[in-house]
Design a protein around this ligand. Structure first.
Ligand code: 3PY
Ligand code: MG
Length: 255
């Protein structure tokens, strides 16, 4: 049964969620972000400093708050997607999903049979959820969210087929890599006009398939624009910038 409070249920009900982006391998920072009012926190294992232990501890700290738990895995590390779910992630974001084959490998890691090939062992996740193991099994395929990152021309071309892969719940757009790959390495332009146009088209195509659209945002303005374009999971609030911004403001105020 889908809990009305799960991240999956909220996103499917068209609620919009803003997630903080945690890159520092300091587990208690996730709890502080949750206590600060963020509805979700994403642990970035692709470009952030987290190893598996830091994510494991961070998910436990975050469970002391109401914030939802999201993990971005490194490129191609599908076994880490299953492990992230096993230690309590509710949503996994997989970078550089460029083909139906990539999407199938991701869905296989995320969903139990008959949808995928996820192997059994979610003891910590069930414990954090306060669930008995049979209840975890009954709800897991519905309540775990698999978001395929779309950030290359190949992925844009294959989007409809990627979205049709059973077990793929939606997309998460990476505008930096998108601008880099669309310009063949010439320009990093995540907030450029062309990038934003492509982002709008991706949200439309994803919603037309009844799936969830998420995106990384570089400003609160982009969060609001993305929401209008149909996105429902927006990442904004990079821990390094949040900390340095607050530290700079504090010391500036003392000068
Ligand atoms: C991108 O913009 O390419 C991302 O992956 C965001 O983290
Ligand atoms: Mg990227």
């Amino acid at each position: 049964m889908t809990s009305p409070k799960s991240l999956a249920a909220k996103l499917r009900a068209d609620e919009s969620i803003v997630t903080a982006w945690a890159s520092l391998a300091v587990p208690i920072l996730a709890e502080l972000l949750g206590r600060s009012g963020y509805p979700a926190v994403t642990f970035d294992m692709q470009h952030g400093q987290h190893d598996f232990g830091a994510v494991r501890e961070g998910l436990s700290f975050l469970s002391l708050t109401d914030a939802h738990k999201i993990v971005r895995i490194p490129v191609g590390e599908m076994s880490t997607a299953s492990r992230a779910l096993d230690i309590g992630a509710e949503c996994v974001i997989a970078p550089m999903i460029n083909s139906v084959e990539d999407a199938r490998a991701f869905a296989d890691a995320m969903k139990y049979p008959p949808v995928g090939k996820r192997s059994w062992g979610p003891h910590r996740a069930a414990m954090l959820n306060g669930q008995a193991l049979p209840d975890y099994l009954a709800s897991a395929n519905n309540e775990t969210v698999a978001l395929a990152m779309i950030e290359t021309p190949e992925a844009i071309a294959a989007l409809d087929d990627i979205l049709d892969v059973p077990g793929i719940d939606g997309i998460f757009v990476g505008p930096s890599d998108m601008s880099l790959t669309l310009s063949n390495g010439a320009k990093l332009d995540p907030n450029g006009e062309k990038t934003i146009e492509v982002c709008a088209e991706l949200a439309e195509r994803t919603r037309a398939k009844g799936k969830i659209a998420g995106i990384f945002c570089m400003s609160p303005e982009r969060v609001h624009e993305s929401r209008k374009q149909g996105y429902r999971l927006m990442a904004y609030g990079f821990d390094v910038s949040l900390f340095m911004g607050a530290a700079t403001a504090a010391i500036d105020a003392c000068r």
